[in-house]
Design a binder for this molecule. Structure first.
Ligand code: CTP
Ligand code: MG
Length: 226
C-alpha cells in the first residue's frame, strides 16, 4: 500500500529567535529541512514526500531538494498556522494514496524506526496512530491565582510526537470538517469521531524549539558520528 509523508516546515521559528524560518537554520552544516529527509530515504513504500515551506522559500527549497534522486518529492507553500500548512500539504497528496504521515520538520532527528512503527500500526488497525512517550515529571493542575491543585495521574498521560499516521480517507475527511485551531492532527481526527492510538515514540524525536535544543541536537550528532 502507498504511503505519503507531509513534512510541515513553514513555521517562522519565533522561539528559536534566529530571524529566519526554523527549517532553514543549520545544524552541523546542514539545514533542519535537509536533516529530516534522512529517515525518509530509508522508508519502503514511500510514494511521495510533500515539503510545506514558507511561500518565499518554495523556490530555494525546491532547488535544495534536487539531489533526492529516487525520492518523489514536491514543495508547496504553507499557511499562517500549522493546521493550514498541513491542509496545504494534504492538497498535494493524490487520491488513491493509502496512508498519510504528517511530520514536523522541527523533529529533524526522528529515527526511521518510528516512521516504520507508525505505518505498521496504521496498517494493522486501519485508524490513526501517533508516537508518544511516558510523562516523567510530576504534573499538577494550577488555579489562575497560582494555587496548586491535584496531581494528575501520570499513567493516563502521553507526551505526543510526530510522525502521526492516518488512513488517507480519514485524514482528508477530518480536515474537510475541521474548524477551530488544533495543535496536532490526532485532535482533528478525534473531533471527526475517528479513533487514534499511540505507539512508542523516541527521545531523539524531540522538537527543536529553543536555542537549548540546538545544543541538544549538536550533542546527538556528536554521539552518532564518533
Ligand atoms: N509549522 C508550519 N506552518 C506554520 C506553523 C508551524 O508548517 N504556520 C510547522 C513548523 O515548521 C514546525 C512544526 O509545524 O516544523 C511545529 O511547529 P513549531 O515547533 O511551533 O515551529 P514554529 O512555528 O516555526 O516555531 P515558533 O512557534 O517558535 O514560531
Ligand atoms: Mg509554532
Amino acid at each position: 500500500s502507498s504511503v505519503a509523508v507531509i513534512v510541515v516546515a513553514a513555521g517562522s521559528g519565533t522561539r528559536l529567535g534566529l530571524n529566519r524560518p526554523k527549517a532553514f537554520v543549520e545544524i552541523g552544516g546542514r539545514t533542519i529541512l535537509s536533516w529530516c529527509i534522512e529517515p525518509l530515504r530509508a522508508l519502503a513504500d514511500l510514494s511521495l514526500a510533500v515539503f510545506v515551506v514558507p511561500e518565499a522559500l518554495v523556490e530555494q527549497a525546491t532547488e535544495s531538494l534536487e539531489p533526492l534522486d529516487h525520492l518523489p518529492a514536491v514543495v508547496v507553500a504553507g499557511g499562517a498556522t500549522r493546521q493550514q500548512s498541513v491542509a496545504a500539504g494534504l492538497a498535494a497528496v493524490p487520491e488513491g494514496t493509502d496512508i498519510v504521515l504528517v511530520h514536523d520538520a522541527a523533529r529533524a532527528f526522528t529515527p526511521v524506526e518510528v516512521f516504520d512503527r507508525v505505518i505498521e500500526a496504521v496498517r494493522a488497525t486501519g485508524h490513526g496512530v501517533i508516537p508518544g512517550l511516558p510523562v516523567t515529571d510530576t504534573i499538577k493542575g494550577v488555579a489562575t491565582d497560582g494555587t496548586v491543585r491535584d496531581t494528575v495521574d501520570r499513567s493516563t498521560l502521553t507526551a505526543v510526537q510526530t510522525p502521526q499516521g492516518f488512513p488517507f480517507d480519514q485524514l482528508t475527511e477530518a480536515y474537510r470538517l475541521a474548524g477551530g485551531d488544533f495543535t496536532d492532527d490526532a485532535a482533528v481526527l478525534r473531533e471527526a469521531g475517528h479513533p487514534v492510538s499511540v505507539v512508542a515514540g523516541d527521545s531523539r524525536s524531540f522538537k527543536i524549539t529553543t536555542v537549548d535544543d540546538l545544543d541538544r541536537a549538536d550533542d546527538l550528532l556528536r554521539r552518532s558520528r564518533p
